[in-house]
Design a protein around this ligand. Structure first.
Ligand SMILES: *[C@@H]1O[C@H](CO)[C@@H](O)[C@H](O)[C@H]1NC(C)=O
Ligand SMILES: *[C@@H]1O[C@H](CO)[C@@H](O)[C@H](O)[C@H]1NC(C)=O
Ligand SMILES: *[C@@H]1O[C@H](CO)[C@@H](O)[C@H](O)[C@H]1NC(C)=O
Ligand SMILES: *[C@@H]1O[C@H](CO)[C@@H](O)[C@H](O)[C@H]1NC(C)=O
Ligand SMILES: *[C@@H]1O[C@H](CO)[C@@H](O)[C@H](O)[C@H]1NC(C)=O
Ligand SMILES: *[C@@H]1O[C@H](CO)[C@@H](O)[C@H](O)[C@H]1NC(C)=O
Ligand SMILES: *[C@@H]1O[C@H](CO)[C@@H](O)[C@H](O)[C@H]1NC(C)=O
Length: 502
């Protein structure tokens, strides 16, 4: 019997069952055959064949059982397997994918099981998932499909498999790392009893940290849970294979579910029917304003509301914020009014469709008015879809964000008004898709120009030509990431320009 490096009791019992059951089945059938063929010498050859066949089958079944240990999700739909309950209807979905040529599985000595609990919005989690795969790969551990954040501002109850094609995720990476949907039963019980080790890894770490600090924990405790995942891996100075793997996960293994992909395609089709479109990632949502303390244009009541929310959030460390000062430093998202001015100054056609990729804009009705006046083909999701089509997504903000992600990738021009996670990850993805145009606004310069234009010290023509000039080279073209070793937060983010993979 094959010895498995990471075998645990439950798996062994299961294999034992398989063996016993197959032997039992074999004996019964051989017995029957004997009974029928006692007087027929001619059929003895046939019996021999039958026995050989059965033996072969026993071997195959045992190999399948072995496969279950190494990659249950691929072989789960094997017709002769007794599937665990969670196989359900997935057989139908994963069956055709088995016809696709899959890479051979990577064989390695398993050093333990890695649980990860992602934090943040969809795109922060997306980047984190890529990092975690790379980490698991380099520590030779088994990764359990990541848990998504359900308690962030976005409060989306979706699990990984509600947003990403989980079977594709697992199978497309099988030549790098073993990924399971859940822990093997024995370990799962232990984790339920609290027998595992949990910690937030240090931000922006290099891979040596994971080898020296996390790997020993994995070996000792068998199961380690990383309970924060944002920016846990450095941008630079990592082995080339790690950077390549981060890209591979991001661009090839993280595919949205068929339902999201279909709806995304539909939205793009509707937009395309009316010509080219620009996606404005107008990060003017309540969480952003509360977190950043940027309240320009808000009423006193709104400022109070945003401030209260910030003080109530334990993760938002900065509490007392001078909104105007922050804005002058270029640290605020552009307001919808500022965005309207900037797009006009950049020479964006007033008739072009502008799709707003965002959740609900704060005080949407009032704040979007100037933008809608300047760009009459301003499009929000509610204009493109029937309420019934949208209803499901509205209650699942991460799935809504996934739609925005797909539309943003497809757009002719992408303009983010803040350099948050979506802005950065989409920027990098568009570079990967052939350096599609992304206008990277220099907000520090912009707010100064806007103030000068608004107080009359700059004419419209001067304002517009300066803005065009400043952004002439800020369009997502090939360039190298800015590296500032001591300040990973301010250097260029890996996912915004994964130059190693372009
Ligand atoms: C399986 O797929 C077939 C064809 O795509 C479909 O007609 C059938 O309803 C599916 N069955 C389940 C259980 O999903
Ligand atoms: C991971 O597995 C590979 C191949 O078996 C081996 O060369 C490498 O040393 C292992 N690394 C760790 C950290 O276990
Ligand atoms: C992560 O785990 C550590 C150690 O158990 C704990 O102190 C910390 O509060 C946890 N953080 C989160 C976000 O759950
Ligand atoms: C990794 O980081 C540690 C601590 O930050 C540092 O001492 C070490 O030199 C780094 N290793 C590499 C290979 O960059
Ligand atoms: C969405 O959530 C609202 C309340 O937040 C609820 O009334 C509505 O029924 C939900 N719709 C769907 C499709 O789940
Ligand atoms: C206009 O605003 C700019 C930028 O804030 C400032 O430097 C300048 O002094 C202002 N000019 C007038 C006339 O108020
Ligand atoms: C833009 O890039 C070109 C070519 O690299 C350079 O000649 C030009 O000076 C740059 N313009 C600005 C405004 O940085």
């Amino acid at each position: 019997m094959c010895k498995l490096e990471d075998s645990n009791e439950k798996i062994e019992v299961k294999e034992g069952n398989w063996v016993t059951r197959m032997k039992f089945l074999g004996e019964v059938r051989v017995g029957n055959t004997k009974f029928f063929t006692a007087s027929h010498a001619k059929l003895k050859l046939w019996i021999l064949r039958a026995i050989t066949t059965l033996l072969l089958w026993t071997c195959i079944i045992q190999l399948v059982a072995l496969g279950e240990v190494w990659g249950p999700n691929l072989l789960k739909s094997w017709p002769s397997c007794s599937n665990p309950p969670d196989a359900r209807t997935e057989a139908n979905v994963s069956f055709p994918s088995r016809k696709v040529q899959l890479p051979p599985k990577r064989v390695y000595k398993n050093n333990g099981y890695l649980l990860v609990s992602c934090n943040g919005g969809l795109n922060q989690m997306r980047a984190a998932i890529c990092d975690m795969v790379a980490i698991a790969r380099h520590l030779n551990v088994t990764l359990i499909v990541p848990e998504l954040d359900k308690t962030s501002f976005w409060a989306d109850p979706s699990n990984f498999q509600d947003i990403f094609d989980v079977d594709h995720f697992i199978s497309s990476l099988r030549d790098e790392v073993r990924i399971l949907k859940e822990l093997p039963p024995g370990l799962k019980r232990k984790v339920e009893l609290g027998m595992f080790y949990e910690l937030p890894p240090i931000s922006w770490s290099n891979i040596s940290y994971y080898h020296q600090q996390i790997l020993p924990l994995l070996k000792r405790h068998k199961v380690v849970r990383l309970n924060r995942t944002d920016a846990r891996l450095a941008n630079n100075d990592l082995p080339f294979e790690i950077q390549k793997l981060r890209c591979r996960v991001n661009f090839h293994s993280l595919r949205f579910t068929a339902r999201i992909e279909e709806m995304g395609r539909k939205l793009v089709r509707i937009l395309r029917q009316n010509g080219p479109f620009l996606v404005l990632h107008l990060r003017y949502e309540m969480d952003m304003l509360s977190f950043s303390g940027c309240t320009r244009g808000c009423s006193n009541e709104e400022v109070d509301e945003l401030t209260r929310m910030r003080h109530a959030n334990p993760w938002w460390k900065e509490k007392a914020i001078d909104s105007e000062l922050k804005r002058r430093e270029g640290l605020c998202p552009l307001t919808p009014e500022e965005a309207a001015l900037v797009l006009t100054a950049l020479g964006i056609d007033h008739n072009v469709q502008i799709y707003i990729a965002a959740g609900e804009i704060y005080s949407q009705e009032r704040r979007l008015r100037p933008l809608a006046a300047a760009f009459r083909n301003l499009v929000i999701k509610e204009k493109l879809l029937e309420p019934s089509e949208l209803q499901f997504f509205q209650n699942h903000s991460s799935q809504m964000a996934a739609l925005d992600y797909l539309i943003s990738l497809e757009s002719d021009i992408f303009v983010p008004t803040y350099d948050g996670n979506m802005a950065k990850v989409v920027e990098g993805h568009r570079r990967h898709l052939g350096f599609k145009k992304t206008i990277l606004l220099d907000r520090k310069v912009l707010v100064d120009l806007i103030d000068q234009y608004e107080n009359g010290s700059l004419s419209w023509d001067e304002f517009s030509s300066t803005i065009k000039e400043v952004h002439a080279n800020r369009t997502g073209c090939p360039t190298s990431r800015v590296v500032i070793s001591a300040k990973p937060k301010v250097e260029d983010y890996f996912y915004s320009n994964p130059q190693e993979c372009l």
